[in-house]
Design a protein around this ligand. Structure first.
Ligand SMILES: [Zn+2]
Length: 428
């Protein structure tokens, strides 16, 4: 099932996916009061094409929170083997259950993550994802067991000990969040070690949106190939999609296990391949806690064309940000991350910035506030260079203001990156 499912023809994969979607609709209407109501006008037998699927009402996080946890399981508690809960960073946690078959499904999806990364028997996985309610730790643990690979269940924290273990056990694979991988490499240097003291070959990092610059830095500092993995507890945990080592450009979605779409977050209509939109997922094979057309809030795009590795499953791009972070400038959708990666490349700038959106004579204007790293910097020339770079990267012209050093507000917690003055003028 593992590799074969990723090399069947596109039409076979699509037919199978629609058939499974249809079955999933029948199942949730039968077992879950929420979907009996939400999908009451949907006749599963009439779902025959991708366009038919796009007519099915979506589900969001508030819908999941509105249901009592036992009725949201969709199966009796006696059939549940394991419960997890989402992190709840933007509200109360959502509990999700797994039957024995669901755990098998998860292991299959996670085994593919390791296979795509070229991990095999004889490898040692240093699993620094947190074990517990968060699905990262156990997800990768199951992946190793399913693949027959040795796993060190070290979990997160105690970074000096992590580095010592990495050196002593000579693990070949590192799994954790990208920011933790970065921290591990910092601590490694503080302890007087370099990547040559370790034996890492590949890292599989997820649960955060990270830029290409960060990927390059981790690869350089740890001497590895750094691959992206995507998933969420509401669907299965990690394992919905991951990058292959051969292509290393976008994440293959296990389309025979999860149905995915990218829609315009405003209109709810599907967007063409290559266009950014919101990722919508359906857990077409899950028995417990199934969701139909779940709006993830994550922004990505389908990468057109086929991958060098020969897998036929489509690839989604790295997550660009959350729907809530997106802003629109003269019809172009942008994320702070887009601006950030362009600015971080410029050595003359301090690593702080602020984006001010305003309206001048009915025209939207983005002013990017930056600071020079050196006090004596030639500001006018710097502003011109930054402006040229941003116009090139963003595809829309912006204004740049080079501020005094240390004048942009620093943040102790979540930085305020975007100030939207246009919203103020609407309310007047
Ligand atoms: Zn590939």
């Amino acid at each position: 099932m593992d590799w074969d499912a990723e090399k069947v023809s596109r039409s076979e994969l699509e037919d199978r996916s629609i058939e499974l979607f249809r079955e999933a609709v029948r199942r949730v209407k039968r077992t879950m009061p929420f979907y009996q109501e939400r999908l009451k006008d949907i006749d599963a037998d009439q779902i025959r094409t991708i366009d038919d699927i796009a007519q099915v009402p979506t589900t969001n996080k508030a819908d999941l929170r509105s249901q009592a946890y036992q009725s949201a399981l969709g199966v009796p508690l006696k059939d549940i083997m394991e419960l997890h809960a989402s992190s709840g960073t933007t509200g109360s946690a959502v509990v999700t259950g797994y039957t024995a078959n669901d755990l098998k499904l998860w292991r299959t999806a996670m085994k593919r993550v390791l296979l795509r990364a070229g991990v095999h028997r004889g490898d040692l996985v240093h699993n620094a994802y947190g074990y517990g309610l968060f699905t990262g730790g156990l997800g990768f643990h199951y992946a190793a067991l399913e693949t027959g690979v040795t796993v060190l269940p070290i979990s997160g924290g105690q970074t000096q000990r992590q580095v010592t273990m990495l050196r002593e056990l000579q693990a070949t694979v590192l799994t954790c969040t990208p920011s933790y991988a970065q921290h591990i490499s910092e601590v490694m240097k503080q302890m007087g070690m370099s990547k040559e003291d370790l034996n890492l070959r590949v890292g599989i990092f997820g649960a955060e949106a990270w830029s290409q610059q960060m990927c390059d830095e981790i690869e350089r500092e740890l001497g590895i190939t750094a691959l992206d993995v995507y998933g969420l507890a509401e669907i299965i945990g990690p394992g919905v999609a991951s990058e292959c080592a051969e292509g290393h450009k976008g994440l293959h979605v296990s389309e025979d296990l999860f149905h995915f779409e990218v829609i315009d977050p405003e209109t709810g209509k599907p967007v063409p391949d290559g266009t950014l939109g919101e990722l919508v997922l359906t857990s077409i094979r899950r028995e417990a806690s199934p969701v139909v057309r779940y709006r993830t809030g994550d922004i990505t795009r389908v990468i057109p064309g086929s991958c060098a590795c020969g897998r036929t499953t489509r690839r989604m791009d790295h997550i660009q940000g959350r729907v809530d972070d997106m802003f629109t400038l003269r019809g172009v959708n942008l994320f702070p991350r887009d601006v950030e990666s362009a600015l971080l490349e410029m050595d003359a700038l301090a690593p702080v910035y602020q984006l001010v959106l305003d309206r001048h004579q009915a025209l939207d204007v983005l002013e990017v506030h930056v600071e020079p790293r050196e006090t004596e910097a030639e500001r006018e020339a710097l502003a011109t260079a930054v402006q040229r770079r941003l116009n090139e990267v963003l595809g829309v012209s912006v204004m740049v203001a080079v501020m005094d050093p240390q004048s942009i507000p620093r943040s102790e917690g979540k930085a305020v990156r975007v100030v939207d003055r246009r919203k103020l003028s609407y309310s007047r």
